[in-house]
Write a protein that binds this ligand. Structure first.
Ligand code: SF4
Length: 93
């Protein structure tokens, strides 16, 4: 899929990714609603059965991936998750 060894050579978890062999375009729907909704949901379905979902999500958040579905989360979901973590760190500071 999107994240192939040639793109991220040092990430070993990619070898176990459920999206290997999938069309990379699937993970970059034009939107979560409207015409892109079905594609968005198909990509998330692949991620749900992926054994490396958490490292994938962590990679996307830590490297600031702004587009695409990573770890089963779309860009809006990743932003919300990041803000919640930031709030938690401030409140427990
Ligand atoms: S979580 Fe989704 S995008 Fe990430 S490696 Fe697995 S299938 Fe691919």
């Amino acid at each position: 899929m999107v994240i192939q060894d040639t793109v991220i050579p040092a990430v070993s978890w990619l070898r176990r990714a459920a999206c290997r062999g999938e069309d990379p375009e699937l993970f970059f729907p034009i939107s979560a609603k409207g015409p892109g909704h079905a594609q968005h949901e198909r990509a998330k379905t692949v991620c749900r059965r992926c054994p490396v979902r958490m490292p994938c999500l962590d990679y996307a958040v830590t490297t600031g991936q702004e587009h695409g579905i990573w770890g089963g989360a779309d860009p809006d979901e990743r932003r919300v998750s990041t803000l919640r973590q930031r709030d938690w760190h401030f409140s427990t500071g």
